[in-house]
Design a protein around this ligand. Structure first.
Ligand code: ADP
Ligand code: ADP
Ligand code: ZN
Length: 213
């Protein structure tokens, strides 16, 4: 099963990706997490990505496509996967299609719909675990112990690009670059839309139903 999670920044992709993937018996990957991992290890890719991410711009297609294709072509992911945050541009969608052609293509694209006001509330209150990347929210889904991850005890931090000024740019970039990709999959007939403004459990149920149906 090959599934893509799409939706604006803050729509809940990362919150849902792990449990959706474990239900399907496959791995999930977030292109944003892969970039942040490269930054932590201070690789050349990490340094390049940082210069775009810190101002809310997309990392260039060429490097993004290569990074995600490397992950997909790992034999451990041949049975399927859940992609969180890729593809985000037309060129990325075309590259993924070309790669998937021999395997019968992508099975489902789930689009999580959330209003802009809610996205801003979510992103500006988001905290991330430094070790396992689980997202929390200071009001909507706080960790049990303040500042610590429920899963692994890791330290929670606020991403630099979740500060209010960068958040606005990211939503604009999404509207410009990624909305057309949503339409592309809608026209292909594999897109299912889910109301992302329900509570976390109900969004998850709706997504699982959309993948099954
Ligand atoms: P994305 O990966 O799409 O950017 P996240 O999964 O990181 O989004 O969620 C963004 C923020 O919103 C996080 O702080 C998360 O805890 C919170 N969040 C996610 N889903 C919901 C929901 N259904 N209701 C309220 N808050 C949510
Ligand atoms: P979000 O919460 O906005 O969904 P991510 O963690 O997925 O955040 O992405 C963070 C940043 O990483 C993006 O703003 C962008 O700079 C970069 N990025 C992630 N995925 C992609 C992609 N598919 N194409 C280009 N840039 C990306
Ligand atoms: Zn953790």
């Amino acid at each position: 099963m090959r599934v893509i999670l799409m939706g604006p920044p803050g729509s809940g992709k990362g919150t849902q990706a792990t449990s959706i993937a474990s239900n399907l018996g496959v791995d999930a990957v977030s292109s944003g997490d892969l970039f942040r991992d490269n930054q932590r290890r201070d690789t050349e890719l990490g340094r390049l990505a940082r210069s775009y991410m810190e101002r809310g711009a997309y990392v260039p297609d060429e490097v993004t496509i290569k990074m995600v294709m490397d992950w997909i072509s790992n034999p451990a992911h041949s049975a399927g996967f859940v992609l969180d945050g890729f593809p985000r541009t037309h060129a990325q969608a075309e590259a993924l299609d070309a790669e998937m052609k021999a395997l019968g293509g992508v099975d489902r694209v789930i689009f999580i719909k959330v209003s802009e006001d809610e996205l801003i509330r979510r992103l500006t209150g988001r905290q991330i675990c430094r070790d396992c990347q689980t997202p929390y929210h200071i009001h909507f889904s706080p960790s049990k112990t303040e500042g610590k991850c429920d899963n692994c005890g890791g330290e929670l931090y606020q991403r630099d690009d979740d500060k209010a000024d960068v958040v606005t740019t990211r939503i604009q970039v999404y509207n410009q670059e990624t909305e057309p990709v949503v339409d592309y999959y809608r026209q292909a007939g594999i897109l299912r839309e889910v109301d992302g403004e329900q509570d976390v459990g109900d969004v998850g149920k709706a997504m699982n139903a959309a993948i099954g149906g």
